[in-house]
Ligand binder design. Structure first.
Ligand code: ZN
Length: 356
């Protein structure tokens, strides 16, 4: 921290020469920044950034502002809008479908409320899947009501035995170096691509804000596949966070899952695609929108459709506010999207208009 301004680590680095980063950090700590109370937060950031950049030129280190999230009020820090209302197309049992289609060997749900445990057990039994409660109903987690459970569903006994053992090891190995190997073993059982498990483990905090900063490229960028969509919980097919919007292993998995869902319910893929193959954004109010536009994002364009997928907070006018974006010109700015004519902006953007 320096004058109320801080550096937030997003992702752990691998091997390599990180001396320039260490130097940038040390220079930031020593910066003589003016009193921050004289400017608004966005202006203050710009001023501080340029002082920092100036100070680094002496060390021959360049600094570039790649993305800027703060045009106005900062977004809530962690999970945007914990309560997901809006449009949901993700089948509640998509993970059990993946299990039946042999795309994964287990499904693991944490913090399952007691009343849902029975529903799960009943549903899994009907599909001839095995269910196990790993933690007792009176779990150790005081953050919830203290009675939620971890449930593992598996297609066969071997997977269940293996998952039980890994879960036990994970609880034992919290914050030890051995945990990494156990996590990757668990990822394999869950059917998550190793590249994605590895990247996820490197990200310093597993909340929405940090994940978005680490995993979403700033605008403009080439569109990714709709199958790697994760910004909209209501459209998400995969259970993991893809390491990249173009991660080949995630796209292949998503395609097989979409085929399995389509086989269960004809017409699902087309309906899902009509929302998923869009520009997905989180706006300054924390609302999550699916946008369609008539241009490429790099050059801007006109909004042709805007649907509110999940509310960022209790705002009775949210739906009409979102509808009013249709027809307006949207343009890229500082890694996000801006509609200047109505003061709207979206710091977090994932363009999923690419090929399936
Ligand atoms: Zn990956």
């Amino acid at each position: 921290m320096n004058q109320g301004l801080g550096i937030v680590p997003i992702e752990l680095l691998g091997d390599g020469d990180h001396r320039p980063l260490v130097e940038a950090y040390n220079v930031f700590r020593r910066l003589a920044l003016p009193d921050s109370s004289t400017a608004g937060s966005a202006e203050w950031l710009r001023v501080a950034f340029s002082i920092w950049r100036q100070a680094l030129t002496a060390s021959g280190i360049g600094l570039r502002l790649e993305r800027q999230a703060l045009y106005g009020l900062p977004l809530p820090r962690s999970d945007w809008g914990g309560e997901i209302r809006g449009i949901t197309m993700r089948p509640w049992d998509v993970e059990l479908t993946a299990l039946e289609a042999q795309l994964r060997r287990i499904v693991k749900w944490d913090l399952v409320p007691p009343e849902f445990v029975e529903v799960l057990q009943h549903n899994a039994q009907q599909r001839r899947l095995r269910v196990e409660l790993v933690t007792p109903q009176h779990s150790l987690n005081d953050a919830t009501d203290g009675r939620s459970a971890t449930v593992i569903v598996a297609a066969d006994e071997d997977a269940l035995v293996e998952a039980r053992e890994l879960e036990r090891l994970l609880l034992e190995q919290v914050n030890t170096p051995a945990a990494a190997a156990t996590t990757s073993e668990m990822g394999r059982l869950l059917g998550y691509p190793p590249c994605c498990v590895k990247r996820f483990a490197r990200i310093t905090a597993q909340n929405d804000t940090t994940l978005a900063w680490a995993l979403l490229p700033g605008v403009p960028c080439a569109p990714g596949s709709p199958l790697t969509q994760w910004l909209q919980p209501g459209l998400k097919l995969l259970s993991h966070f893809p390491c990249d919007l173009n991660c080949a292993a995630s796209i292949a998995l998503g395609q097989r899952l979409l085929d399995a869902l389509e086989a269960k319910e004809r017409g699902f893929a087309a309906r899902w695609r009509s929302f998923a193959a869009r520009v997905q954004v989180v706006d300054q109010r924390g609302n999550r929108l699916a946008l369609a536009s008539d241009g490429t994002l790099g050059l801007g364009g006109r909004v042709t459709a805007a649907d509110l997928m999940a509310f960022g907070g209790p705002d009775p006018d949210a739906t009409s506010r979102v509808q009013s974006l249709v027809g307006r010109e949207v343009s890229p700015d500082s890694g996000g999207l801006v509609i200047a004519s109505c003061g709207w902006y979206a710091p977090y953007v994932a363009d999923h208009r690419g090929d399936l």
